[in-house]
Design a protein around this ligand. Structure first.
Ligand SMILES: [Zn+2]
Ligand SMILES: [Zn+2]
Length: 209
């Protein structure tokens, strides 16, 4: 796995949202487009097409750790039915796999508020109650914006069996209910699998039914 590091960015970090080519690190050279519905970035400077880019955005919590690796903070909700099945959707952006509603934490934002906001935005369901279920760093969790480590704040929301999500198509397409035994590294995002392997999370899900 390749970690995005401090040296991939300019010596003086920008004060506004800035995008850099994932390959040559130039800015102002990317054009976003879709291939088979998947979001891609083509660079006019080096000619490469990447699924990822480097983003530096002061409106997003990000920092470099002691090894100079880029870290983002992520917030998400595991939506689950009382039978233990998870409501997941297919991402249209890198890494294009099944995921939970989640997003990046903004400075001074309460992680639980962030998680609830992402759930409303991405699947059209506003959670009534969220319970914190996982907090901590997950290495190897690569996002489209260039980080390979995310510090997570994850919650669980127990949904009514009659609830129907509404996807805007911006973040995700097909959705469905999935059992834990149906998820693996070929179809689900790495941080979700990491969380589902956590003892506390497993116990919580097992005790719903
Ligand atoms: Zn480039
Ligand atoms: Zn990220």
């Amino acid at each position: 796995m390749t970690f995005s590091v401090r040296s991939d960015f300019p010596a003086t970090l920008p004060a506004t949202h800035t995008e850099y080519c994932f390959s040559c690190h130039q800015t102002g050279t990317l054009t976003a487009h879709r291939i088979d519905g998947k979001k891609m970035y083509t660079c006019s400077a080096c000619g490469t097409t990447n699924q990822r880019l480097l983003i530096y955005d002061p409106a997003m919590v990000s920092y470099f750790d002691t090894q100079d690796r880029l870290v983002h903070e992520g917030c998400g909700v595991i939506p689950v039915r009382s039978d233990g099945k998870l409501l997941l959707f297919q991402r249209v952006k890198y890494p294009f796999l099944l995921t939970i509603p989640a997003g990046h934490l903004e400075p001074n934002e309460d992680p639980m508020v962030c998680a609830a906001r992402e759930m409303t935005e991405e699947i059209g369901i506003t959670p009534i109650a969220l319970e914190q279920i996982f907090t901590g760093p997950i290495e190897g969790d690569s996002c489209m914006g260039g980080a390979d480590i995310h510090f997570w704040h994850a919650y669980i929301a127990v949904l009514d069996t009659t609830v129907t999500p509404h996807l805007t198509g911006d973040e995700g397409r097909e959705w469905g209910w999935y059992g834990l035994d149906e998820l693996n590294e070929t179809n689900a995002v790495q941080p979700l699998l990491h969380m589902l392997a956590d003892e506390t999370v497993r116990e919580k899900l097992a005790n719903l039914h």
